[in-house]
Design a protein around this ligand. Structure first.
Ligand code: PLP
Length: 408
């Protein structure tokens, strides 16, 4: 297990009070910032003054104080030097990749990744920017090594892949990336608190804060955590992807997301506790369940060796119902008859969310790509919620499984 403690790192940060002594920070709802003397302005433009140097700000699409605080908070949780926030998770991912790669460059990426990222790598970036990628199984290190080219600029993986729950060996991947002088980028959306990829050797962490970090499925948001140098590059007035493509976060959103961070650790622990209990029950019932917290999962030991202590193995599990029609029947019964959860994409909500991956979040992949990645047509992904009692949820789940004849 790693020695990093994200709770302590977050608490060690200087607390940001409101302008009038409020216990919560004020929202800096300004798009532009005034200066006391005229010569300050060119100094800001030349990068001599900024958030860390004299506390000077320029314009809302560049750094905003409220968004900056949230960026530092996420960075503290990730054990990163710096962080900044984006309008969505995909904004964080696309800005990062466009910052690392120029036209003609190449990315090595895991084969099983979020559908939007898959489309970005396979369709958008090749067409718009002549950036191509080679896709490899994240656990096949020889194939990853063989995929590097002289123009490779990034190795891109997800901490735990959706929905197959394949775990990335982050220290090993960092070693391989660094052998080739390439940056390792890890999407840590599934495992905030649980995994700290930068502490394990990754260079850049991207987040969809729309999911667990937010926790209420009400806000789309993202973040990039990295070295101060890389965050400065993203914000560069001439060459920064975040500055120039403009997917920066709104300060009102930053203030809201910031209020969810103090209880992120408690929520992750509870999501994990319930996911493990449900996975164990499904396993006992003889069903085909995928959860890295189960000792039978091929990557159980790998996740156990990398994870921070106290947050479990994550809130996501998958159940193979055997066929798409069985998966649909099960989800409808769980939602409409037993009120176990909701049929919806996304994850990290306080209630349970269920989706059939092949027909939803992984539908951007071709059938062959899904097959290769091990995404069965009947795979139901569950993002375990925190509401209700665990006994109640077990009962609802077993009743539904009986109704659809997956168990006797
Ligand atoms: C949802 C998600 C994204 C995209 O995030 P948005 O906030 O919807 O843009 C990226 N990666 C993973 C793993 C996700 O689950």
């Amino acid at each position: 297990m790693t020695v990093f403690d994200p709770i302590k790192s977050f608490a060690d940060m200087r607390h940001e009070f409101g302008e009038h002594g409020g216990v919560n920070m004020s929202i800096e709802a300004s798009t532009t910032f005034t200066v006391l003397t005229a010569e300050t302005m060119p100094e800001i433009f030349h990068g001599q003054l900024g958030p860390e140097a004299g506390g000077c700000y320029l314009y809302g699409r560049h750094f905003n104080p409220t968004v900056y605080v949230l960026g530092r908070q996420i960075a503290a949780i990730e054990g990163a030097q710096a962080g900044y926030c984006t309008a969505s998770g995909l904004a964080a991912i696309s800005a990062t990749l466009l910052q690392l790669c120029n036209s003609g460059d190449h990315i090595v990426a895991a084969d099983t990744i979020y559908g939007g990222t898959h489309a970005l790598l396979n369709e958008y970036l090749p067409a718009k920017a002549n950036i191509h990628s080679t896709r490899v199984p994240v656990d096949n290190h020889d194939a990853i090594r063989a995929a590097f080219k002289p123009n490779t600029k990034a190795l891109y993986v997800e901490s735990i892949a959706n929905p197959t729950m394949v775990v990335a060996d982050i220290p090993k991947l960092a070693e391989i990336a660094h052998e080739h002088s390439v940056k390792l980028v890890v999407d840590n959306t599934f495992t905030p608190m649980i995994l700290s990829p930068i502490q394990l050797g990754a260079d850049i962490v991207v987040h969809s804060m729309t999911k667990f970090i937010n926790g209420a499925s009400d806000i789309i948001a993202g973040a990039v955590c990295a070295s101060t140098e890389f965050i400065q590059q993203l914000m560069d007035l001439h060459t920064g992807s975040l500055m120039l493509l403009g997917p920066t976060m709104d300060p009102k959103v930053a203030a809201e997301v910031s209020l969810r961070l103090p209880h992120l650790a408690i929520r992750m622990t509870e999501h994990s506790r319930r996911a493990l209990a449900v996975a164990q029950r499904l396993d006992e019932l003889g069903l085909d369940v995928i959860y890295p917290g189960l000792e039978s999962h091929p990557h159980h030991a790998l996740l156990n060796n990398q994870r921070n202590e106290g947050f479990g193995f994550g809130g996501l599990l998958a159940l193979d119902a055997g066929s798409e029609s069985k998966a649909f029947e099960l989800m409808e019964t769980l939602q409409n008859k037993y009120h176990f959860g909701f049929m919806a994409v996304s994850l990290g909500f306080f209630d349970t969310l269920m989706s059939c991956s092949g027909a939803s979040t992984s539908s951007e992949m071709s059938e062959q790509a899904r097959q290769e990645a091990g995404i069965a047509p009947g795979l139901v992904r569950l993002s375990m919620g925190l509401t209700g009692t665990l006994d109640q949820r077990h009962e609802q789940l077993e009743s539904a499984l009986r109704d659809v004849k997956l168990i006797k």
